[in-house]
Ligand binder design. Structure first.
Ligand code: SF4
Ligand code: SF4
Length: 331
């Protein structure tokens, strides 16, 4: 019987949601198992790093690499799996654009560690210990891999063949991608796959009436109309600046899209696209006869109703954005 192509799934700096999305294939996971040798997935299988190191180069047919690169170990595994894989896929928003872990790039590594281990009011740490390095125990040494100065997405470290967006990717899209890979009918390298090329708004069945709003509101402040566009009701829905392919489950559940599929095809920066889109919904009233300063003041007042620009507009893409992070905090 011919050997089945090897499939690896690896997590770096991530929450585990991408693995859950794989498990959510439900019975289709048996089809994956029938078609491929699912041989490496640290949270599901007991394959060791040394087993991967022992493989010939390019022995793994496909690696789905999820998670951002936060530690030196993440970087080491990215290089190892790149070398051992024919196809390396940045799987999910952390690997594709940095996602939530990359929001740490708005601060420095030292500020981050201080906030977690020293300044945190719920931490009792009188000796001011910040875990690092190697600690000896009778049973053996424990080695903590150092943090990188800043969080990277996968393509900032190794060559990536394909990208699958989503936080996490929708399970049916994972299956579509596996089928595509097995068929050998692959799109050009560097493509974003398992998604559409339009926006979530294109898949959303809510009615848009080109209404303008005078302020944004938070989700908890009111119960939105289930049929009308959420953005036009004052909720910061990122659908207009987000790639489609998820089936718009959030807006169907009466929640705004937070943008987890990243920028639509051809858009470099999701946050910038969203900022540009805000102009089309912003109502600052009649500005006839007002000075530029007064108009700017009204725009400022409107923007003040957005609680957290960076966290909203760059939640999934900061590491791959033009901004990159560390605004005003560079050391
Ligand atoms: S902005 Fe949001 S609610 Fe409105 S159409 Fe787009 S995805 Fe739907
Ligand atoms: S609607 Fe938006 S946030 Fe929800 S799954 Fe789709 S892309 Fe992600």
């Amino acid at each position: 019987m011919p050997e089945k192509p090897k499939l690896a799934v690896y997590w770096a700096a991530s929450c585990g949601g991408c693995e859950i999305a794989v498990v959510n294939l439900h019975e289709k996971i048996l089809d994956v198992d029938a078609a491929m040798d699912f041989m490496f997935c640290p949270c599901l299988l007991d394959t060791k790093k040394k087993d991967i190191e022992a493989l010939p180069d390019r022995a793994i047919a496909v690696t789905l690499f999820n998670g951002a690169l936060r530690t030196e170990e993440n970087v080491e595994m990215a290089h190892l799996l790149r070398r051992k894989s024919q196809i390396l896929v940045a799987f999910g928003s952390c690997a594709k654009g940095g996602c939530i872990p990359a929001l740490a790039n708005f601060t420095t590594k030292d500020e981050l560690l201080n906030a977690v281990y020293l300044d945190n009011p719920s931490v009792d740490n009188p000796a001011a210990v910040i875990p690092s390095g190697t600690t000896g125990f009778p049973e053996g040494d424990i080695h903590l891999t150092p943090l990188l100065e800043r969080v990277k997405h996968l393509a900032q470290e190794v060559e990536v063949d394909y990208y699958i967006p989503g936080c996490p990717p929708e399970s049916e899209q994972i299956w579509n991608v596996i089928e595509t890979i097995l068929s050998g009918d692959l799109p050009p390298k560097g493509s974003t796959i398992g998604c559409g090329t339009l926006t979530v708004c294109d898949d959303c069945d809510r009615t848009k009436e080109e209404k303008r709003i005078t302020a944004f509101r938070r989700n908890y402040e009111f119960y939105p109309d289930r049929k009308a566009c959420l953005l036009e009701q004052g909720l910061l829905c990122m659908g207009i600046a987000t790639r489609n392919g998820c089936g718009a489950p959030c807006t169907k559940a009466n929640m705004p899209c937070t943008g987890c599929y990243g920028a639509p095809e051809g858009i470099r920066d999701q946050g910038a696209k969203m900022v540009a889109a805000l102009g089309s919904v912003m109502d600052i009233g009649d500005t006839t006869g007002l000075s530029e300063k007064a108009i700017a003041g009204r725009v400022d007042d409107f923007l003040k109703t957005i609680p957290d620009y960076a966290g909203l507009f760059y939640k999934y893409t900061l590491a791959s954005s033009t901004l990159g992070g560390r605004v005003g905090k560079q050391t």
